[in-house]
Design a protein around this ligand. Structure first.
Ligand code: CUA
Length: 307
């Protein structure tokens, strides 16, 4: 939040420092009076005495008048400086829209007008204001990428909007910031900001159906995926797997993480995840599969082909 990458976050971090500075001054004043009071108990001769009524002036000025002035000024400043500047864009105003749906516990990412679907990773072109539509499939989640934008709640039946903008190419971490159940802490995401050209290539790749698996093992793995419980929850476009409970896996291999930022997307971590999803993410909705070892290896070989 304090290393802003967008005009909105510039405002928010400035506001933070001003509020922080103001609070430090307030704390200093209160601490100074506490110290003075403590000293006067032990050294009655110190200045500031004058009977029981002497304190009422201080209470009225420092306890009532000053807080009213300071808090009103901060309220006015935050409204003027940050709230308006980070307001949601008008519906349909962005040249690019991305629709993010919170699930227990992953993020579904779609680009309206294209076939592209992915999870836990949002690609955007750097330097372009993207209209983000925030939805939820179950409980309330809150979408937050601290370096790019303010938080936005995902409320059942009420889509919210926010502008997502990254000044420079880079990878920005985000997370869910509203408690949404057991794995709330492992509901993370990445925003990948890249050049317009790279983004367009990525979007076209994401919109394509899965490639035909090459090799006997991967082919057998695809059959296992379709026969077992996998296909009931996951979609792999271009196959008969059309489940919608879990993340779309059509281009799983292109993602940087597994389990919404819980594991790195390596062969070892992928195998460990499928073998026991509850090891890394206890309580998540993916069941353990008990497959013979050769079947398991073929299934992983197939998942690895989903680039
Ligand atoms: Cu989703 Cu917390």
């Amino acid at each position: 939040m304090l290393r802003p990458e967008s005009p909105q976050e510039d405002r928010i971090s400035t506001l933070f420092w001003i509020m922080f500075g103001g609070c430090l001054v307030g704390l200093g004043v209160v601490a100074a009076f506490l110290l003075l009071g403590w000293l006067r108990r032990h050294r009655p001769g110190l200045p500031g005495g004058g009977g029981d009524n002497a304190g009422s002036g201080i209470v009225i000025v420092l306890g009532v008048a000053v807080p009213i002035v300071v808090l009103s000024a901060l309220f006015w400043y935050s409204d003027l400086h940050a709230l308006n500047a980070t307001a949601a864009p008008a519906a349909g105003s962005g040249q690019l829209q991305v629709e993010v749906t919170g699930h227990q516990w992953f993020w579904e990412v779609r680009y309206p007008g294209t076939e592209a679907v992915t999870a836990n990773e949002i690609h955007i072109p750097a330097g372009v204001g993207v209209e983000l539509i925030a939805k939820t499939a179950d409980v309330i989640h809150s979408f937050w990428v601290p370096r790019l934008a303010r938080k936005i709640d995902m409320i059942p039946g009420h889509p919210n909007r926010i502008e997502l903008y990254a000044r420079d190419p880079g990878i920005y971490r985000g997370r869910c910031s509203e408690f949404c159940g057991l794995q709330h802490a492992n509901m993370q995401l990445l925003v990948v900001a890249e050049s317009q050209q790279q983004f367009q290539r990525w979007l076209a790749d994401m919109g394509a159906p899965a490639a035909e698996p090459a090799g006997a093992h991967a082919n057998r793995g695809r059959g296992l995926f379709l026969e077992n419980a996998c296909a009931g929850c996951h979609t792999i476009r271009g196959t008969a797997a059309t489940g919608t409970l879990g993340p779309d896996l059509t281009h799983l291999g292109s993602r940087l993480t597994l389990g919404a930022g819980t594991l790195r997307n390596t062969t070892g971590d992928l195998a460990a995840w499928v073998l026991d999803p509850h090891q890394a993410k206890p309580g998540n909705r993916m069941p353990r599969l008990s497959l013979p070892k050769s079947d398991f290896n073929d299934l992983i070989a197939y998942l690895e082909t989903l680039r």
